[in-house]
Write a protein that binds this ligand. Structure first.
Ligand SMILES: NC(=O)c1ccc[n+]([C@@H]2O[C@H](COP(=O)([O-])OP(=O)(O)OC[C@H]3O[C@@H](n4cnc5c(N)ncnc54)[C@H](OP(=O)(O)O)[C@@H]3O)[C@@H](O)[C@H]2O)c1
Length: 238
């Protein structure tokens, strides 16, 4: 990871922040992205107090394609390249299909599906020039398995799997690899606004999810960890 430039979208979230803590000692330059600039500031100061990591903070709403392009431009202006994109921004609406408001469906598709799409598109354009790159999309197990109350969320996450696999096919000749992560429940603020009854104590820890991402990033160039699926023991999907 020495001298790699890693863009983490959703860096202030549960999984994203845990990943940045793990990468802070790796020698990588970190681009911390999310909407809330105060939270980005707090995270950056926590990371740089302990270590001499090179950090760029960019406040960005990934539902806006122009802001996403600006993020990639700022990264290249600061660090000259993008080696790795980790998409950990996202949110959940878990409700019965006929209780989902149009605005909630739009929010799922705009953020989870279209926002991730824009970030992959924009990062890939930069990576293509150097014929090298790694895109990690944190999909979640509801990107490949159905669950009652998951209609809107699954619609967005199945879509991420679909476009990622197509982009991976198109981009492999440019040396760009994709890894998709299918985590089961992870105990993070993601669950704070979800009314579904869940036992957060039995979920995966955000550090566990982050370690899986760090593992994928540590694989040698010839190895492509295409999919990583980790479920909590209490809730297995096969
Ligand atoms: N937690 C789980 O059980 C679980 C399981 C499987 C998969 N996942 C997926 O993993 C990803 C990360 O989840 P998490 O649990 O870490 O969630 P989280 O703690 O709620 O973090 C979400 C992150 O996304 C950012 N974000 C939200 N909307 C954004 C926008 N429009 N533009 C840019 N950034 C935005 C948030 O920062 P700001 O609010 O400041 O923008 C925050 O940094 C999501 O895609 C989620 O679907 C989660």
């Amino acid at each position: 990871m020495q001298d790699k430039v890693v863009v983490v979208i959703g860096a202030t979230g549960g999984i994203g922040a845990a990943l940045t803590r793990q990468l802070a000692t790796s020698g990588a330059s970190l681009v911390l992205a999310g909407r809330n600039s105060d939270r980005l500031e707090t995270l950056a100061s926590q990371l740089s107090i302990a270590r001499a990591t090179k950090i760029l903070k960019v406040s960005v709403d990934i539902t806006d394609r122009q802001q996403v392009e600006h993020l990639m431009k700022k990264t290249v202006a600061q660090f000259g390249q993008i080696d790795i994109l980790v998409n950990t921004a996202g949110a959940g609406v878990l409700k019965q299909y006929n209780k989902i408001e149009p605005a909630e469906l739009d929010a799922m598709l705009d953020l989870n599906l279209k926002g991730s799409f824009y970030t992959c598109q924009a990062a890939a354009e930069v990576m293509k020039e150097r014929k090298s790159g790694h895109i990690c999309n944190v999909v979640g197990i509801l990107g490949k398995h159905a669950m009652a109350m998951g209609a809107a969320y699954c619609a967005s996450k199945f879509g991420v799997v679909g476009f990622s696999k197509c982009m991976a096919e198109e981009l492999k000749r440019f040396g760009i690899k994709f890894t998709l992560f299918y985590f089961g429940g992870v105990d993070t603020p993601f669950w704070d606004n979800i009314s579904l009854k869940v036992d957060r104590a039995k979920m995966l820890k955000s550090e566990t999810a982050a370690s899986a991402i760090a593992f994928a990033l540590s694989c040698p160039p010839e190895a492509v960890p295409m999919e990583i699926n980790i479920q909590p023991e209490s809730h297995l999907f096969f």
